[in-house]
Design a protein around this ligand. Structure first.
Ligand code: SAM
Length: 424
């Protein structure tokens, strides 16, 4: 059993808080024992006085050694095992989760001494106290709130108090990180939606998202903690993704519209960076120049070029070809599902600032919505066999591989493409 004794001038107030909820249940099960002791009961003077004027003058009163010392002795006599005596003080070491862990593991109990007024006589501290703990760099009127905070944080780590160690092992400060954001029902409240990843039921993705959020939050809110972390390569990627998501969320809601003249510089920038990305990843796609300004302008003239916006920033671009693609007339190693009219996604690219944030999935969603609006039941796309991210995206968004097609790829470039189709 882990014991907590709180020496205070306000035992009822302390027990009102410490005798509730999780701690109450743990006490009833005999896992912990919490008691608050009235210091005043140990005074030997007639007035039951616990404090006196400070030597040397000054404001307020100081709690005297005698009642504190006698109260502490009496409490210690009633306890066994390794007991740590702590004085709550703004002059103490700032308390943190590591202290909570240490106190819960290395001792069988703690005695928490609450000061009041101007504090307590230094001789009591020197003689009887093992350590001084501060709750933070501010001054409270008494030690009761810090004592309850310390007791609560220590007790929840005592085995059996919480149902499972997992309850505290993933929480803020356990591993030098702040916790990820938490959500519960409903899925939407005042226009604010729960992040999609938490609704899809993919446990691995949820874990990856949460890790990214923890890293990003810690970096933003607690650079001091972040500086102490040794990030793995996976951590770095998850952090970048979370930061991109945060940046995009700041920009505002997503939308999709036809490309207009003023979009062209941003669109060309996105296409160029996608071309570089493909080249860097050994994908021989778009390396002969297409898509470029003239192809984008031609798509615009046909009403087939679209941009995805995050707020008013261009996050992605694509062509939705609304006439049959001649390259799809012949398909090898498979076949299209039927001869129904279809639209085709071409020349799609996501801006580097928006990569890994679900923008590509939205792009497909917008294309599918346009098909639906026009009564088109099939959406097609093709990609290079080495373009694994695109293949993963298409599969994730409900496309099925249908066979191989040949496209105009330019001299010396690989014209073979994997063809995909989605039923709308
Ligand atoms: C008004 S304070 C005394 C402050 C003291 N004169 C000083 O300047 O350091 C009264 C009591 O509140 C408690 N207390 C106040 N601020 C605290 C903090 N940040 N952490 C822990 N205990 C605190 C201590 O027990 C203290 O004896």
């Amino acid at each position: 059993m882990y014991t907590v004794d709180i020496l205070t001038l306000f035992p009822d107030a302390v027990m009102a808080m410490m005798g509730e909820s999780i701690l109450k249940r743990a006490s009833q099960k005999g896992i912990i024992d919490i008691r608050a002791h009235q210091i005043r009961e140990y005074t030997t003077n007639k007035q039951n006085q616990v404090d006196d004027y400070p030597y040397g003058g000054g404001m307020g009163c100081v709690m005297a050694c005698q009642p504190l010392g006698d109260c502490l002795e009496s409490v210690k006599r009633a306890r066994e095992g390794r007991i740590r005596t702590i004085y709550l003080s703004p002059c103490g070491k700032r308390f943190d989760e590591a202290d909570a862990r240490r106190l819960s593991r290395e001792y069988d109990g703690i005695i928490l001494v609450c000061g009041h007024y101007e504090g307590v006589d230094q001789r009591f501290i020197d003689e009887c106290v093992d350590e001084e703990i501060s709750l933070g760099d501010f001054v409270l009127t008494g030690g009761e709130i810090p004592a309850m905070a310390v007791a609560d944080s220590v007790l929840r780590l005592v085995p059996g108090v919480l149902s499972d160690p997992e309850c505290y092992e993933n929480e803020s400060h356990w591993d030098g990180l702040l916790e990820y954001p938490q959500y519960t029902r409903p899925e939407e409240w005042r226009g604010r939606r729960v992040p999609e990843v938490l609704l899809k039921g993919d446990h691995t993705e949820v874990e990856r998202w949460r890790r990214g959020q923890m890293l990003a939050r810690t970096k933003l809110r607690r650079p001091d903690m972040f500086a102490l972390l040794a990030l793995s390569e996976t951590d770095k990627k998850l952090l970048k993704k979370a930061e991109n998501e945060a940046e995009i969320a700041e920009l505002g809601a997503f939308s999709c519209r036809e490309t207009v003249e003023s979009d062209i510089p941003a669109v060309l920038g996105i296409l160029e960076s996608a071309r570089e990305y493909l080249r860097a990843h050994g994908v021989d796609q778009w390396q002969s120049g297409y898509p470029d300004e003239s192809s984008v302008r031609a798509d615009m003239a046909r009403g087939e070029s679209y941009v995805v916006l995050a707020g008013d920033r261009t996050a992605a671009v694509f062509r939705l070809m609304k006439t049959p693609d001649p390259n799809y007339a012949s398909i090898k190693d498979g076949r299209w599902s039927d001869d129904l009219a279809y639209y085709t996604i071409h020349a799609s690219a996501v801006a580097s600032f928006a990569r890994g944030c679900g923008v590509a999935d939205r792009l497909i969603g917008y294309a599918a919505e346009m098909c639906e609006k026009d009564g088109i039941r099939r959406l097609r796309a093709d990609t290079h066999r080495k373009n694994k991210p695109m293949q993963a995206l298409l599969t994730r968004c409900g496309f099925r591989y249908r066979g191989n097609v040949l496209v105009e790829a330019g001299d010396g470039h690989d014209p073979k493409r994997l063809a995909f189709e989605k039923r709308i």
